[in-house]
Structures are given as C-alpha cells and as structure tokens.
Ligand binder design. Structure first.
Ligand SMILES: *Cc1c(COP(=O)(O)O)cnc(C)c1O
Length: 364
C-alpha cells in the first residue's frame, strides 16, 4: 500500500506503532486467548489496563493528586451539558468565551438546561473568529468560565491561560490540543477532551477535574453525575474498553517520545513549516491572526473556491488526505496532531510548492 498522510481533524491519525501493536495483539490480548474486543470490563485484564492508562496520563500531564481522571462516553459534546449540570449549581450563571463553532455549541447546550444562564463575556465575532477576543476583568459572580482552548475549525488557540481568568474557576475544552501543548492542569478546575483528535479512537472522552468540586454537586442521574462516575471509577456501566485500551497505548507511545514537552516542540516545528510555506507563497493565505494561530489545526485558502477544490483533489491523488476545510469556513485545513510525522508535513509543503508552480500567475 502506498504511504498516505491523514490530515483529518477527527477521527484522526494515530501513531503507526500503536496501530501495529493493536493489530499484533488483536486476536489474543496478553496471552489470554481472547481479543481486547471481547474481554470483560470487570476482569483484571481490563482494570489493569485502565489503571495503567490513568497513571500514564497523570504522568504525561502532571495531573496533581487532588484531581480525578474520568474515562467517559458521549464525546466532548456531552460535556457541554455535563459540566453545566454538575458545576453550575450556585448562581446558575456560566460565563462563556465565544471563540467560534464549538464554544457556541457549548453555549447552546447549556442554555437548554433549566435554571442555567449562559453569559457571553467576550466574543471573537467581529474578527469572524480569526482572532481570539480579549477577556475582560470579571467582577460578576459566575459558577465558572468556559473556554475552548483550541478552536479546531477556526484554527486559533490560547497559548496560555488569559490573565483575567487566573483567579476564576475555568472549565476548558481541550479536545484538539490535549497532550499536544504543555498546559498546566492546575490552572483549570476541569478539562475535557473527546479522544478522537489527539488521544485515540472515537468513543472515549477524558475528563480531568479537581476533586474538591465534587462536594456540592446535586444528585443527578448516574451517567451524568461526576461524583457517581468518580465513585465507580468510570465503570458505572460498560466502558469503551477498546478505546481506553488504545488510548493507553498512545499514552505509552507519548511517554516513549519524551512526553508532552517533546510533543509541543515537535508540533511547533511542524506548524512553523506549514505557516512559513503559507507566508512565503503568493498563492496561499491564512485568515488567522499570527499570535493566535493553532499548532494543531491550520486552515488556509487560495482565494479561489475552484482552486481550493482542485488543491484537495490533487493532494488526495498524492496520498495527502482529508485536507478539505470544514464546511463552515471552506478552503483547506491541515490537522497536525501528535501522531502526524514531520515527514507528512514536509510532503504537504512540497506538494503546496508544486501546486503553486503549476498555477503561476494566480495572485493571492
Ligand atoms: C471535535 C470537537 C468537539 C466535539 O467533539 P465530540 O467528541 O464529537 O462530541 C468539541 N469541542 C472541540 C474543541 C472539538 O474539536
């Protein structure tokens, strides 16, 4: 099979070594004679791998001991609801930073809940979400502030916690940047991420939350309750065994690569390569403000819809897959997650140069 590179935003590329290992042990997990797809979630085979996955994640993100780690289902989207249900019980007020599509989905979901009042305290709307908004000083009382750390569709990211959120209770959607950039867990009360971008296969959602938060949460249906999920160690019901297993393999792979700091360094090199190509070319253009540019999701356009379409078709022929931009923004988007090798980005840049040469005279 020819080498291809998968630039999809999610489900996304996994480390080749991990996929290989999954294949090798698929028919008999740890000499059990059973596939990982078949084993009981109550068996020690599973509990051991779940414990190892949690411990490795704790090591990778330096998760403080007073934080719990949950392996849930329902995707990041269910966390839009679950965070609000569990954590907005004092004032019922949640502050949102509107940075584009996923933050808006979080606002919409919270607004459907009774007794919850979402307030948008800052919005990137004026820049059409090509820049991150300044976050004002907050004097009002909110139960928490919700922040989308990396905007997968628009291609913006917060490189650090905004100054005016330093003393706030912050809930962070890290779906498309978790483990790709060295954020400090202690800056946040709760972090959540759908696994299918930078962790593993779809079906798993990682939640990391300060233990102290569990104290005053109202009684909720079990699957929606952080305290009940913590009490049962994420196995209230049958967990996504295969997704947790694969995520665990990815965590081990990340540790072998030098952890999150090494990933960040690699991600910076990969992203710079692509951003430099965009800056140096006469054809490609990035709509995103330089300071706010994402390391993991990089949108770009040629300025012509026809040319964008042709770019994606020709790239696909060369084995550079899933470069079509999100339907909301058009153009192209390259997602450069941890598992995207540098060689893939180099090949993309070479292709971009070739494509530009073939279309000389088309100005940006
Ligand atoms: C993909 C994505 C989501 C939605 O994730 P699901 O797991 O499909 O629910 C939410 N937030 C961000 C930032 C995303 O990138």
């Amino acid at each position: 099979m020819p080498q291809v590179y998968n630039f999809a935003a999610g489900p996304a590329v996994l480390p080749a070594e991990v996929v290989k290992q999954v294949q090798q042990e698929l028919t008999s997990y740890q000499k059990s004679g059973m596939s990982i797809l078949e084993i009981s979630h109550r068996s020690s085979l599973f509990t051991n791998l779940q414990t190892a996955a949690e411990n490795d994640l704790r090591q990778l993100m330096q998760i403080p001991v007073d934080y719990d780690v949950l392996f849930l289902q329902g995707g990041a989207t269910l966390q839009f609801t679950m965070t609000a249900l569990n954590l907005a019980h004092k004032t019922g007020k949640i502050a949102f930073v509107d940075t584009g599509h996923w933050s808006q989905r979080a606002i919409q979901e919270a607004s459907l809940l009774p007794d919850i009042k979402p307030t948008v305290i800052a919005s990137g709307k004026e820049s059409k979400f090509t820049a991150l908004p300044d976050i004002p000083e907050i004097s009002e009382n909110f139960d928490y502030v919700h922040l989308t750390i990396n905007n997968t569709i628009e291609g913006t990211m917060y490189h650090q916690l905004p100054v005016n959120l330093k003393h706030q209770s912050v809930v962070a959607d890290m779906s498309s940047i978790i483990l790709g950039y060295n954020y400090q867990v202690k800056d946040f009360d709760l972090i959540y991420a759908g696994a299918q971008k930078n962790i593993g296969p779809a079906g798993l959602t990682v939640v990391i939350l300060k233990h102290e938060l569990l104290k005053n949460i109202p009684d909720l249906p079990a699957m929606l309750s952080y305290p009940k999920q913590v009490k049962k160690n994420s196995t209230l019901n049958t967990p996504p065994v295969f997704a947790i297993y694969t995520a665990g393999l990815v965590f081990k792979w990340l540790l072998s690569q030098g952890g999150v700091a090494a990933m960040q360094q690699q991600n910076e090199i990969k992203a710079q390569l692509l951003y430099d190509e965009i800056a140096n070319s006469k054809l490609y253009h990035s709509p995103v403000t330089v300071a706010d540019r994402s390391l993991t999701n990089i949108p770009f356009v040629t300025g012509s819809k026809e040319l964008d379409t042709e770019f994606v078709v020709r790239a696909t022929e060369k084995g550079l897959l899933n470069l079509k931009g999100h339907r909301l923004v058009g153009g192209m988007r390259a997602s450069l997650y941890n598992a995207m090798p540098l060689a893939g980005v180099k090949q993309l840049v070479e292709f971009m140069q070739q494509f530009e040469m073939n279309h000389e005279g088309v100005a940006k």
